[in-house]
Design a protein around this ligand. Structure first.
Ligand SMILES: C[S@@+](CC[C@H](N)C(=O)[O-])C[C@H]1O[C@@H](n2cnc3c(N)ncnc32)[C@H](O)[C@@H]1O
Length: 391
């Protein structure tokens, strides 16, 4: 995560700009500031907090940005504008290095709203070093490959490789694979690869593979399409086998099958003489199409000041059947304006977001929740709490 540690210094003037980086507003809470910044058309927040008598300024974790060079540019501009004394940093910009191929990095919104293709679509979950994804895309140029990953360095690495190999049929998405398929049209995907997912033996609820993931996969897959799991974990194997036997009509299991390409991870595993299992299920039915309710606007006029809202927001998480709403922090910009940080949506995979309250207007700030059913229910509850003064 790009960051700088500096001697304590005063806030920068807002609004201000430097080298094409625009600083829009600062929102404060007791412990830290959120600095709103725009770089190359993208908006995100920097966090400024006190650490060991110094200031730490870093990328805000909720408004994550990719490629990471944008955050580095923002921090460079911050240093120039604040004239602060930098103690340490990890934001060197290597201009000589090959820039990642950014046009192949897509936001989740692209798949919720715009994505259309007549080509065959394959999805790889947690591509890591990307060996399998890159190999498949080079081999099958007529198909589109969507690579899902949550580890930013892996994403940057694969984007660079896409550029080096001049690959044109991959989209990379920095998104949790457990939620991604909800937005994909029914009967549209040919193959879903889940190779060596994190086993999460102590926290099985965090596993990618679940009844919900299988249901969504079977809905999104075309007839004859497959969900292919490859794992070295005996526990993950047993767990997935049981899921397949319970919820799937047609499945195949192989032990120690050789694929044309193996990942670094797999190579290491094989050298240790460990077993590897392939568990594949196939879609056999046409699934109903999905209708996404994408309206996450706040319907109503806010009648409370930002201070009043801060006072009535519940401090504890509100846990309903399958969803959660947890107001974590609020950051004041002025008497009437501020940001509220909320964790919302599915209980097992909550999504963090900011809500901007600006006088009578309320809206999600930067990222709007994606239209999952649990986000929708959480949104309705947030709306009720904000418009009814906490009741
Ligand atoms: C053990 S590595 C395997 C990487 C690669 N598939 C391979 O075979 O070498 C698991 C990868 O899945 C990614 N990952 C874990 N949970 C994920 C999720 N919910 N959505 C997308 N990627 C995930 C991790 O960041 C990691 O890169």
């Amino acid at each position: 995560m790009p960051h700088i540690i500096t001697k304590k210094h005063n806030s920068i003037k807002i609004p201000s700009s430097c080298d094409g980086v625009f600083f829009d507003f600062i929102a404060h809470c007791e412990k830290e500031d959120k600095i709103c910044v725009q770089v190359e058309g993208k908006t995100f927040l920097l966090t400024k907090l006190e650490k060991n008598g110094n200031h730490l300024i870093k990328l805000d974790a909720t408004t994550k940005i990719a490629p990471i060079i944008l955050a580095k540019k923002a921090l460079h501009a911050y240093i120039a504008l604040s004239n602060c004394e930098v103690i340490s940093s990890n934001i060197t910009i290597h201009n000589t290095k090959l820039e990642p191929k950014k046009e192949y990095l897509k936001d989740i919104e692209y798949f919720v709203g715009e994505f259309k293709t007549t080509k065959e679509i394959c999805v790889e979950v947690g591509f890591g070093s990307g060996r399998h994804l890159l190999y498949q895309a080079k081999l099958n140029k007529e198909k589109i490959y969507i690579g899902l990953e949550i580890h930013t360095p892996s994403i940057e690495q694969v984007l660079k490789q896409i550029r080096i190999d001049n690959i044109e049929n991959i989209f990379i998405v920095n998104y949790d694979a457990r939620l991604f398929l909800e937005f994909i049209a029914s009967n549209s995907i040919s193959q879903i690869f889940v190779h060596f997912p994190v086993p999460w033996d102590k926290k099985p609820h965090r596993r990618v593979m679940s009844k919900e993931f299988i249901d969504e996969s079977l809905r999104a897959l075309k007839i004859g399409g497959s969900l292919e799991l490859r794992t070295d974990s005996p526990l993950y194997y047993e767990y997935s086998k049981e899921l397949y036997e319970t919820y799937c009509e047609r499945s195949e299991i192989f032990k120690n099958k050789n694929l044309e390409v193996s990942s670094k991870y797999e190579d290491r595993w094989r050298r240790m003489g460990k077993d590897i299992w392939d568990l594949t299920i196939y879609a056999d039915k046409i699934s109903n199409s999905i209708i996404l309710d994408k309206d996450f606007s706040f319907h109503g006029v806010n009648k409370f000041s930002f201070k009043e809202i801060q006072n009535f927001l519940p401090l504890k998480p509100i846990v309903e059947n399958d969803y959660v709403v947890h107001y974590t922090y609020s950051f004041e910009v002025s008497e009437t304006k501020g940001l509220v940080h909320v964790s919302m949506g599915s209980f097992n995979k909550p999504f963090c977001v900011y809500i901007m309250i600006d006088g009578e207007k309320i809206n999600y700030f930067i990222a709007t929740p994606v239209p999952t059913s649990t986000n929708k229910k959480a949104h309705k509850l947030i709306e009720k709490i904000l418009f009814n003064g906490g009741n």
